[in-house]
Design a protein around this ligand. Structure first.
Ligand SMILES: Nc1ncnc2c1ncn2[C@@H]1O[C@H](COP(=O)(O)OP(=O)(O)O)[C@@H](O)[C@H]1O
Ligand SMILES: N[C@@H](CCOP(=O)(O)O)C(=O)O
Length: 307
C-alpha cells in the first residue's frame, strides 16, 4: 500500500441560489493540491502550506481539525503529514476551507485502504468546516467529496443525495479580490423569514432538483432565484446587481452569490455562453478599481481526485 498521495481538492459552489446550506456543485478548473503522507510517528502534522498564510497548528487549520476528528475515531497505527498547496483564496465563497477539510480526510482514507465511505468522510470533514464558518454545514463538502450536484437532505444524521448533472451545463465565476468570512456573512442573516418567501424558496429548490433530473434548462432558469439570502448578502458584494443584469443579458440561465460571497456564479447551457458571460462579468468589474479573477468551468462530476 502507498505511503503518500497527491490529490486535487476542488473548489465548490454552495447554495446554488435557492438552496442555502443544502445544495452545492463541484468545479473542475479551480482547486487546491494536497500531499498526504503516512508517518511512523503518531499524530497529525501540517508540514507545508504554500499560497496563503494559514496556521500550521492542526487544531487551528480546517485540514488539521477534520484530520484529527477522523484520526481520533479510527486510531490507526501510524501518523500523517499534510502538505497544502493552496490555490483557492480563503474567504472566497468557493469553498476554500472546505477543499482543505475534505482533502485531508480523503487522503488519509485512501492511504488506509478506504475504510470509510463518502458520507463518513463528509461527517469528519464537517468538523473542520465548523472551525471556519462556526457551523457544521456540508453544502461545500458534499460536492467536493461526492462530485457533481449534491443535496444535503440532513446534516445530523448526515444524509447526502447525489443529483444528476445535465451534460451541457457550464459555470462561470467572478471572484472579486475582497475577503468575506463565511462566519461574518452568516451573522448578518435574519433568524426568521416571511412565509411567502419560504414558499417561493422551497418551490425553487424542488423545481431545480426536478430540472437537474430531467435536464430541463428552461426550468433550471426559472428556479435559480434566491429571495431569502441574496437581499442581505448582496450588500457586501460591490456591483452585484450590475453583474447579475449583465450576465442574464448575455444568456446565462441564472446568476447568484457563490456560497457566502464575494464570488458570484452563473450557470449557462453551453461553453460558448459561459465564455460570453465571463466577458460580461469582466466588463462590469474592469470599470471599478477592485481586482478580480474569472473562471469558466465544467461541472466536476468526480470530486476530489488522486493525481
Ligand atoms: N486550510 C484552510 N483553508 C482555508 N481557510 C482556512 C484553512 N484553515 C483555516 N482557515 C480559515 O478559514 C477561514 C476561511 O474560510 P471561509 O470563511 O469559510 O472561506 P471560504 O468561503 O473561502 O471557504 C479563514 O479565516 C481562514 O484563516
Ligand atoms: N451555506 C454556506 C456556504 C458557505 O460557502 P463558502 O464557500 O462561502 O464557505 C453559507 O452560505 O454560509
Amino acid at each position: 500500500m502507498k505511503n503518500e498521495i497527491k490529490i486535487f481538492s476542488p473548489a465548490t459552489v454552495a447554495n446554488v441560489a435557492c438552496g442555502f446550506d443544502v445544495l452545492g456543485f463541484c468545479l473542475d478548473t479551480i482547486g487546491d493540491e494536497m500531499v498526504i503522507r503516512k508517518t511512523e510517528a503518531k499524530g497529525i502534522k501540517i508540514t507545508k502550506i504554500e499560497g496563503y498564510d494559514l496556521p500550521f497548528e492542526a487544531e487551528k487549520n480546517v485540514a488539521g481539525v477534520s484530520a484529527l476528528a477522523m484520526y481520533n475515531a479510527l486510531q490507526p497505527d501510524c501518523g500523517f503529514e499534510i502538505e497544502i498547496y493552496k490555490k483557492i483564496k480563503p474567504g472566497s465563497g468557493i469553498g476554500s476551507s472546505s477543499a482543505s477539510a475534505a482533502g485531508s480526510v480523503f487522503g488519509m482514507n485512501a492511504l488506509l485502504g478506504n475504510p470509510l465511505n463518502n458520507t463518513e468522510l463528509t461527517n469528519y470533514a464537517m468538523k473542520g468546516e465548523a472551525l471556519a464558518s462556526k457551523c457544521e454545514h456540508a453544502d461545500n463538502l458534499a460536492p467536493a467529496i461526492f462530485g457533481g450536484f449534491t443535496l444535503v437532505k440532513s446534516a445530523c444524521p448526515l444524509k447526502v443525495l447525489e443529483l444528476p448533472t445535465p451534460s451541457d451545463l457550464f459555470a462561470t465565476l467572478i471572484h472579486p479580490q475582497i475577503e468575506i468570512k463565511t462566519s461574518e456573512s452568516r451573522a448578518i442573516l435574519p433568524k426568521e423569514i416571511p412565509l411567502s418567501n419560504a414558499i417561493t424558496q422551497w418551490a425553487n429548490v424542488g423545481s431545480l432538483v426536478h430540472a437537474l433530473h430531467t435536464s430541463d434548462y428552461d426550468l433550471i432558469k426559472e428556479s435559480l432565484n434566491d429571495v431569502v439570502i441574496e437581499p442581505y448578502r448582496k450588500q457586501l458584494i460591490p456591483h452585484f446587481d450590475d453583474v447579475k443584469s449583465a450576465v442574464l443579458e448575455s444568456g446565462a440561465l441564472g446568476c447568484a452569490i457563490s456560497g457566502s460571497g464575494p464570488s458570484i456564479f452563473a450557470l449557462s447551457k453551453s461553453e460558448a455562453t459561459a465564455k460570453a458571460v465571463q466577458l460580461a462579468m469582466q466588463n462590469v468589474y474592469s470599470k471599478s478599481n477592485i481586482q478580480f479573477e474569472t473562471y469558466v468551468s465544467k461541472i466536476n462530476t468526480q470530486g476530489i481526485k488522486i493525481l
